[in-house]
Write a protein that binds this ligand. Structure first.
Ligand code: EPU
Length: 296
């Protein structure tokens, strides 16, 4: 059960996860691995497999609801792997890099397109796994190839056409994406940075940014906006314990300070029930939930 000797310097035990998520909610990880190299990632995958514990990859913690109690898993962070390099019209980035850093580096170097992802929090790895995106772009649009550790622990290079990207999901979620090469059109750096700022301004206007949240909690049903459906169902401002539906945007649930995962889940369920009864639509959760072991 103890970590293998080579990985041990990267491993901590009983690590609080609340400060590592944008909701600031969650219990403690039994094991926490801070990878600094591809070899660390591969060792962590192998160790989790051999010890029979689930492997949970932590990106920026921005689309994540970690349960209260013990997360009985090997939690793997790539925060120590964040190099971004530009080659012509391509960017090579490690998956622990903040998405905002990747897209601003692209914009500054005249790589056009990724600036459409402005305002999306989290890391490149999380963005790839979830196919992060919004009105102007999704990360899949720019993927040329990735370095990935498959569910059997094998290291592979996958080209764009070998990856399945869907709406806020991808086949990369089955393994661990370590590095990506993004390829884009050419653009003017000044214009791209201005476009980035423009999208940021718009997001700051309509979305709650300065509070603890996990972004949109639900996927948009085809052709509709979950936020609008939740708003029309009268849920804005609705509260369970310290969790509250944002007054600004119905699809954001915020931690007003002392929310726990139980409050969040109760509120998610209430919203689902209200939207179902008012619109006859079953919302699908976008926020990822890590189950915990709660004290009896
Ligand atoms: N609306 C309301 N009430 C609300 C919220 C929205 O009436 O409480 C209306 C808006 O006025 C607008 C429409 O619904 O007419 C759509 O709203 P918005 O422009 O905010 O876009 P969205 O569909 O709710 C999506 C993504 C966001 C992304 C924005 C902008 C999903 C689930 N959401 O939101 O992504 O930032 O477009 O690109 O795909 C996320 O994934 O975490 C996320 C926040």
């Amino acid at each position: 059960m103890n970590p293998p000797r080579r990985l041990a310097p990267r491993v901590s035990n009983d690590v609080p996860l609340n400060e590592r998520t944008t909701l600031h909610i969650g219990g403690r990880a039994r094991w926490f691995v801070e990878a600094h190299s591809l070899r660390d990632v591969a060792d962590a995958c192998q160790w989790a497999g051999e010890s029979g514990l689930p492997l949970r990859v932590l990106g920026g913690g921005s689309n994540l609801l970690v349960d209260d109690g013990l997360i009985d898993a090997v939690v793997l962070s790539l925060a120590g792997m964040k190099r971004v390099q530009i080659f012509g019209h391509s960017a090579m980035a490690q998956c622990g890099a903040a998405l905002s850093h990747v897209i601003l580096t692209c914009a500054s170097n005249g790589l056009a397109g990724p600036e459409g992802l402005a305002g999306i929090p989290g890391t490149l790895g999380g963005a790839l796994a979830m196919n992060a995106g919004g009105r102007y772009a999704e990360i899949a649009d720019f993927v040329d190839r990735v370095v990935w550790i498959d569910p059997d622990g094998e290291l592979c290079q996958l080209y764009r056409e070998e990856i399945k990207f869907g709406y806020r999901t991808s086949s990369l979620r089955d393994g661990v994406v370590v590095e990506a090469i993004l390829r884009t059109d050419a653009g003017n750096p000044t214009e791209l940075k201005e476009r980035y700022r423009e999208i940021m301004r718009e997001k700051l206007r309509v979305q709650p940014y300065s509070v603890f949240s996990a972004g949109c909690s639900f996927k948009n049903p085809k052709g509709l906006s979950a936020g609008r459906l939740i708003d029309l169902a009268g849920c804005k401002g609705l509260r369970v314990g310290g969790a509250q539906v944002s007054d600004r945007h119905g699809n954001f649930i915020v931690n007003t300070g002392d929310a726990n995962a139980r409050d969040m889940m109760a509120l998610l369920t209430t919203i689902e029930e209200r939207v179902q009864s008012m619109h006859d639509i079953k919302l699908e959760r976008e926020v990822q939930i890590w189950p915990g072991v709660r004290a009896a």
